[in-house]
Design a binder for this molecule. Structure first.
Ligand code: DHK
Length: 156
């Protein structure tokens, strides 16, 4: 870890990717909705795209609302170029996550593998969307890759 930090060029910017509850079950979880890729396969593809764009990524997943909030707060104090967030079901329920994101000064992009607006009505509202500079949904892995491209085009 220390060695990786040492060899990372100083100019290399890091994008934080936060994934919420049940996204660790991708591959097994309702593949007809979320696709067949596992989260680590998605992470691998994102890492490759980020590298091509001149970025590194820090990919995290938790099933716990408070942990997601802690990571957003870490990003407030940290040196990230942007945040990509798929908060899973907390997208539709978490005012606390909304409040945490409100403090962030880096660009936020919301991603969903499925399109929640085309699903059950309880998925139609997003507490993260008002704080996001862009939303990519219903495009599976491509949504994450598009989010990386979107952040790479932003002046940092
Ligand atoms: C993931 C979830 O876990 C759901 O709770 C959201 C989102 C949709 C997705 O499509 O990635 O409603």
């Amino acid at each position: 870890m220390l060695f990786a930090a040492m060899i990372q060029p100083f100019s290399m910017k890091t994008i934080l990717i936060i994934n919420g509850p049940n996204l660790n079950m991708l591959g097994l979880r309702e593949p007809e909705i979320y696709g067949t890729l596992t989260l680590s396969e998605i992470e691998g593809q994102c890492r490759q795209s980020a590298q091509e764009l001149g970025f590194t990524i820090d990919v995290r997943q938790s099933n716990h609302e408070g942990v997601l909030i802690d990571w957003v707060q870490e990003a407030v104090l940290g040196n990230y170029a942007g945040l990509i967030i798929n908060a899973g079901a907390y997208t539709h329920t978490s005012i606390a996550l909304h409040d945490a994101l409100k403090i962030l000064r880096i660009p936020i992009v919301e991603v969903h593998l499925s399109d929640p607006k085309q699903r059950e009505s309880f998925r139609h509202h997003s507490y993260t969307e008002p704080l996001a500079k862009a939303v990519f949904k219903g495009e599976g892995l491509s949504g994450y890759i598009k989010a990386l491209h979107f952040l790479a085009q932003k002046p940092l």
